[in-house]
Design a protein around this ligand. Structure first.
Ligand code: SF4
Length: 293
């Protein structure tokens, strides 16, 4: 009856035995039930209610994750369809505009219009290529990859603003994980590029790598402006962007999310955009199984 110390013995008499000990003896003799103790039943009920609340919360978050996955999967299919349909005519348009641009005199009044067509068509190409990446996440080619080396190589190949201090920190016992190296480069590139854009006045960009025998984790932290709370839920939605029109396709984080999910991993984000609540910063945390599950 959960009475392990003398203080637990309330001796309230609600069970009809006067004292807890007499009730306990009766339970031992098989002539009473422990559930006749009212405080015991109340405590059990309250534990059950707590457990039910936990399970309800966990079900709710699983449901949310499922709805999100379903939404992303159907958007992926739609994206692939649109991308394939639009890609070919767009290529022809771009080719013809470039031919015309080469044929006419650069001082002709039409030259600027043609340049504008080429620029905008190239922008469309970029969006289409993002859509294709977003939709082409089903092929994961795993190979043993040194995650620390991959992080350092990715940073080396990216243009980093001079006013941003970049660092890779590793506490990995074993840096090798079976991942699709090309896709992981894409994930890191997207996260690093977002981190840079969050720090227009400079700051620090740190990639921290850690591991357990079964998982590898990398965290990309920037000391930028942070992500407003109201945007946190939409971050991984395709075409969601806070960048200026023309500056981003809004597909980077959707692609990143898809790649991590195809690796059976998790991606989460922690951010503070309120200077009153402490230094503003954002950390994306990616955890991947070390081997194929
Ligand atoms: S109802 Fe429970 S707490 Fe009260 S006397 Fe009986 S055993 Fe003790």
């Amino acid at each position: 009856m959960n009475k392990t110390t003398p203080e637990d013995e309330l001796n309230c008499g609600a069970c009809g035995y006067g004292t807890c000990r007499r009730h306990a003896v009766a339970v031992y003799q098989g002539i009473a039930e422990e559930t006749m103790c009212l405080p015991f039943v109340i405590e059990k009920l309250s534990t059950t209610v707590g457990d039910l609340e936990d399970s309800h919360r966990s079900l709710e978050s699983t449901k949310e994750a499922l709805v999100k996955s379903e939404k992303l999967a159907s958007m992926g299919q739609l994206a692939a369809g649109i991308a394939h349909e639009v890609n070919n005519p767009l290529g022809i348009l771009l080719l013809q505009a470039n031919i015309l641009l080469e044929e006419i005199d650069s001082s002709a009044p039409m030259a600027d219009d043609l340049k504008l067509i080429v620029d905008q068509a190239n922008r469309c190409k970029k969006i289409i290529s993002g859509l294709l990446n977003f939709a082409r996440q089903s092929r994961v080619v795993r190979q043993p990859t040194d995650m620390v080396e991959l992080a350092r190589d990715t940073l080396r190949t990216m243009p980093i603003d001079e006013n941003i201090m970049v660092r890779v920190e590793s506490t990995m016992a074993d840096p090798i994980a079976e991942v699709d190296a090309d896709q992981m480069v894409q994930v890191l590139t997207n996260l690093v590029s977002n981190a840079q854009q969050a720090m227009p006045d400079g700051g620090a960009l740190i990639i921290r790598l850690s591991d357990t025998p079964d998982e590898v984790t990398f965290m990309v932290t920037d000391t930028g402006v942070g992500i407003p709370r109201e945007n946190m839920d939409k971050l991984f939605d395709p075409f969601f962007t806070t960048k200026q029109v023309g500056k981003g396709t809004g597909l980077g984080l959707a692609v990143t999310h898809g790649i991590v999910k195809m690796h059976r991993g998790q991606i989460t984000v922690e951010s503070n955009a309120d200077p009153g609540a402490g230094p503003t910063e954002t950390t994306f945390i990616v955890t991947l199984p070390r081997h194929e599950l």
